[in-house]
Write a protein that binds this ligand. Structure first.
Ligand code: FCB
Length: 477
């Protein structure tokens, strides 16, 4: 018997009883427009905040940009053929807002929409369900120039854009995600500033978070109006947050971070209110004067599905009283009002991002969403890991990544057995790509990309995943 850390070697027939997923389980892989498309100035596309940010010296490791990325814009046909070869049942991609609505206002750019029409038709032609995300962080730069997400009007602009895309693709796309990970857009983009647009102001981050959710709610309504049969959802990135000890101060630190990381979004989206303790924590940052009557009703417009992205767990401790006189929390932070909470490492194995590998955290996260928030069908819309890969004789044997997927799929199965209506799983990512502030230095793909030649090589994890899909499950432990 092998253990979850050492799944059977690729190509080895495994005769252990299979761990089977429910019939129709949607097996997929995910990417995002700016991370793979390239063709940044082609087909009428204009800059997004990520173009500006990545072209600003010092923002992205080694000055990498998404100008070319994986050149997917020109390789759509062969990339979809590769997906088909792996047997993917679904492909989650995002639409680049400035490609289909340059500048973020006004009419659609037909050439931009055509690219996505071709992509969707190619997918459907191979029997692959398209799963469309409207916003994976590439706000048109002119909208940032007039205030970005901290400005209320951006929410209305987003709903207009949603209508343009729904009108063009609604006849052939069933699954729609409004936002990807609004926590990152708000708190990394406007709080710590490590993501585009690179601003750091706690109050702006909180406003951005609210307006992202408002834009989501308006977009849900716009999508339903354009396409009543669409299955509409949102994707949040969630973390279990664990106190480093049972000391009340550590437990309180965990409550605060859980509030900002998880409940800031889950409560408005699924319950129509902000948690009182979170608002109290944020009192020194904002008076929430940006929240208007009716916003929370819009934000909590009923959904059809909820997407969860899961990577790791946060373990936190109370502020360090010895950190004076130059407290580390004076640095720009993605935890406004709780800048002084300490993030603790436990010494467990980590990925190349230094994120702790914690598969049981996926079970916890999915159970929490289901048991505390909603009966809606859930999908893991992203899960995966970066590791340093080596190409040897034209092969990439990514045993670490494969083991990560294996462990997390076992966790997903455990969640289903515990009653979670989990209906699908999307590996992050289909292929290596532009990992935001890390540029091309971190590889998350199941398919290796040589950025000089654009040659794709399915890694061992891709071959293994193809087998998982084929058998609709895993070998039992
Ligand atoms: C998520 C993002 C995705 C990718 C993974 C590693 O936060 O949604 O684009 O960067 O992390």
């Amino acid at each position: 018997m092998s253990n979850p850390a050492s799944p059977p070697a690729v190509g080895v027939v495994d005769d252990r009883p299979p761990l089977t997923f429910p019939p129709g389980f949607l097996w997929g892989a995910a990417t995002a427009a700016y991370q793979i498309e390239g063709a940044a100035a082609e087909g009428g596309r204009t800059p997004s905040i990520w173009d500006t940010f990545s072209h600003t010296p010092g923002r992205v490791v080694e000055g990498h940009t998404g100008d070319v990325a994986c050149d997917h814009y020109h390789r759509l046909g062969s990339d979809v053929a590769l997906m088909a070869e792996l047997g993917l049942k679904s492909y989650r991609f995002s639409v680049s807002w400035p490609r289909v609505q340059p500048g973020g206002t006004g009419p659609a750019n037909a050439e931009g929409l055509d690219f996505y029409r071709r992509l969707v038709d190619e997918l459907l032609g191979h029997g692959i369900e398209p799963w469309l995300t409207l916003y994976h962080w590439d706000l048109p730069q002119p909208l940032e120039d007039v205030g970005g997400w901290p400005a209320r009007d951006t929410a209305a602009r987003f709903a207009d854009y949603a209508t343009l895309v729904a009108d063009a693709l609604g006849d052939r796309v069933r699954y729609w995600t409004t936002l990807n990970e609004p926590w990152c857009s708000a708190f990394l983009g406007y709080g710590s500033g490590v993501h585009a647009p690179g601003r750091s102001d706690g109050a702006d981050a909180v406003r951005a978070g609210h307006h992202l959710m408002l834009g989501h709610g308006l977009a849900v309504q716009a999508l339903r109006a354009a396409r009543p049969t669409a299955e509409v959802g949102v994707t949040v990135n969630l973390y279990p947050v664990t106190p480093a000890s049972e000391a009340p101060a550590d437990v309180d630190a965990a409550r605060r971070i859980d509030g900002l990381a998880n409940r800031f979004f889950l409560d408005p989206l699924l319950r129509g209110s902000y948690p009182a303790d979170l608002m109290a924590d944020l009192a020194k940052v904002t008076d929430f004067g940006h929240v208007r009557d009716g916003d929370l009703a819009t934000i909590s417009t009923p959904l059809d599905v909820v997407g969860v992205n899961y990577y790791s767990r946060h373990v936190v401790a109370a502020p360090d009283p010895d950190a004076e006189p130059e407290p580390y929390w004076r640095a720009p932070s993605c935890w406004p009002g709780s800048e002084d909470v300490r993030f603790v490492t436990r010494g467990v194995p980590v990925t190349d991002m230094n994120w702790e590998i914690d598969a049981p955290g996926l079970v916890e996260t999915l159970r929490r969403v289901h048991e505390e928030y909603t009966d809606l069908p859930l999908y893991v819309t992203e899960n995966g890991s970066a590791f340093v890969d080596e190409v040897v004789d034209g092969r990439v044997d990514d045993a670490d990544r494969l083991a990560y997927f294996d462990a997390h799929l076992r966790a997903a199965h455990e969640a289903i057995e515990a009653g979670v209506p989990l209906r699908g799983y999307f590996a992050w990512s289909l292929m290596d790509n532009f990992e935001w502030a890390w540029g091309y230095t971190k590889r998350f793909g199941m398919v290796h990309v040589d950025y000089d030649t654009q040659v794709r090589i399915p890694k061992s994890s891709a071959r293994w995943y193809a087998e998982v899909i084929r058998r609709n499950g895993l070998a039992a432990q």
